[in-house]
Design a protein around this ligand. Structure first.
Ligand code: KIV
Length: 309
């Protein structure tokens, strides 16, 4: 460990002041349960990943939410593995410490365990991820076991699973009724028994998420699931307000910046400067050389019998 570094080797955790800390692994992230809260965000590109990593974010999820917040789709169902893997490569190349997790898109792990392994492995081999996430409960157990047997750590995802939006009838809070809450707890335990290292709980009542958190030995990472979870995750674009004007913000989002307004104003100022002719200035332009060096110093190659100016 270098001088001044405060990294815990047991957990792999470090502070933003220790940018050279070792990368967090899935086991190290799992070991954070009960020690400190986990801060996770989505990331889809290299510069954003580098900034979030330097800020101390523990886990960067290359989420299929990219389909909505970057590609403008109404849901996540159109996300393709090729595209997700390309974005994963950008993120994992830029993140020095955070655990980068690839989010398996719809229909890449729903058919057979073999197909699930092949697709999950692309995130590792081509995308540089150290783990994958997939949505769903008991129906996914064979795929989770198969991916784990290929030595790829798996993060689960229960509650509102956006890839099930059509089956669920919309983006709705899950687990409000006692029977649903019991089913969520039961599924969480089964995913843990299968070997997941962490569990995303999305849009689950806070008391239900807290009960699940207490009942399982792996960290729960909540999004719209209250403060009782072991960690939190938000979609980066929601966090910084990088959304189109008038877009609806989910109630569980806390907005830490208004980047959308900053971008809009910067672009409007640019348009005005171009139209008025004040951009570019002289300092933002290049000048030609007053004397061409070729004119000033002719080179004569007598030996070769060639004369060149
Ligand atoms: O795709 C995504 O961004 C996610 C998070 C909301 C957990 O799955």
């Amino acid at each position: 460990m270098t001088k001044g570094q405060t990294t815990s080797l047991a957990t792999g955790a470090s502070s933003p002041e220790t940018p050279n800390a070792p990368r967090l692994t899935a086991p190290a992230l799992r070991a954070l349960k009960g020690r400190r809260k986990i801060a996770a965000l989505t990331a889809y590109d290299a510069p954003t990943a580098a900034l979030l990593d330097a800020a101390g974010v523990d886990l960067l999820l290359v989420g299929d939410s990219i389909e909505m917040v970057v590609y403008g789709a109404p849901d996540t169902l159109g996300a393709t593995l090729d595209r997700m893997v390309a974005h994963a490569k950008a993120v994992s190349g830029a993140a020095k410490r955070a655990l980068v997790v690839g989010d398996l898109p719809y229909l890449t792990y729903h058919t057979t365990p073999e197909e699930a392994v092949r697709n999950a492995a692309r995130f590792v081999v081509e995308g540089g991820c150290r783990a994958v996430k997939l949505e769903g409960g008991v129906q996914r157990l064979p795929m989770i076991r198969a991916i784990l047997s290929a030595e790829i750590p798996v993060m689960g995802h229960l509650g509102l699973t956006p890839q099930s939006v059509n089956a669920l009838g919309g983006f709705k809070v899950q687990g409000r009724r006692a029977t649903e809450a019991r089913r969520l707890l039961d599924e969480a335990k089964k995913l843990v028994d299968a070997g997941i290292f962490a569990l995303v709980l999305e849009c689950v009542p806070a008391d239900v998420a807290a009960r699940i958190t207490e009942a399982i030995p792996v960290p729960t990472i909540g999004i719209g699931a209250g403060a009782g979870c072991d960690g939190q995750i938000l979609v980066f674009h929601d966090l910084v307000g990088l959304t189109v004007p008038g877009a609806r913000t989910p109630r569980f989002v806390r907005r830490y910046a208004d980047v959308g307004e900053i971008v809009r104003k910067a672009a409007a100022d640019y348009v005005a400067d171009v139209r008025s002719g004040s951009f570019p200035s002289e300092a933002e332009s290049f000048a030609s050389d007053p004397v061409d060096p070729a004119d000033a110093a002719p080179v004569v190659l007598y030996a070769a019998g060639v004369q060149r100016r």
